[in-house]
Design a protein around this ligand. Sequence first.
Ligand code: SAH
Length: 231
Amino acid sequence: MKAILQEGLTALGLSIEAIPALERYASLLAEKNQVMNLTAITDPAEVARLHFLDSAALLALADFRGKSVADVGTGAGFPGLPLKLLEPSICLTLLDAQRKRVDFLQEVCGALKLEAVACVHGRAEEFAQSHREAFDLTVSRAVAALPVLAELCLPLVKVGGFFLAMKSVDTAGELEAAGRAVDLLGGRLRKPMDYSIPGTEVRHRLIAIEKIRETPKKYPRTFAKIKKNPL
Ligand code: SAH
C-alpha cells in the first residue's frame, strides 16, 4: 500500500506526509469490515487505488483549502476522510444515513486525532433543514443518480459554492437528465472533468455544479417524493 500511495500522491502533486494516517485508516477499515459491511474492496492495493487515490484525485481538480465540506452518503468515509487527511485545513462533515457506518467514522477520527470533523448520522434531505446553504462544497460518490443527488446535495451549498459529484465516465444520459433538476435547485452545470486514478486504467468523472442562486425553500422534498418523482 505504501509504495502505491507514494507513487500515486506524487503523481497528483500531493504531499506524502499523510501516508501513515491513511495506512492506519486502512487497517481500521479492514478490521471493522470483518464484522460489518463497510466496503466490497478488501485487497490493500485496491483500497489504496480505488478508495484513497480516487478520493485524493479531487484535490487536483478543485480548491479545498480552508473550505467547509460536507460528504453526503460518505459510507466508510469516501471521499471525505482521505480529503481531510491530505488537506487538513478542510472543515469536514461526514454524513450518512447508516448509524453503524457513522460510529465507525467516529472511531477512525478518534484514533487519528482529527480536528474539525463532524460525523453525523442522518439523511441529507433532513439535515438540509438545519444546514441549508451552510457549506462551501458538498461532495458525493456512489450514492444516487444525479437528478436525485442534486436535490440531496445542492440545498446544503452556499451561493458561490459547488457540489462535486464523483461519477463514472459513462454519464452522458445522467447529465442530460439532471439539467432541469440542477436549474430548479439554483445550480449550473460546469464542464465535466475526467481523470485517471494514478497507476490504473480507471477513468472517472467529476461533475461540478456551481450554486448560482438560492435553492427554493420547497427543496429538498421528502425522500419518498424525491425518489418517486425526481426533478
Ligand atoms: N460514498 C461512499 C459510500 C457509498 S454507499 C463510497 O463511495 O464508498 C452509499 C451510502 O450513502 C450508504 O452508506 C448510505 O447509507 C448513504 N445514503 C444513501 N442515501 C442517503 C441519504 N439520503 N442521506 C444520507 N446518506 C445516504
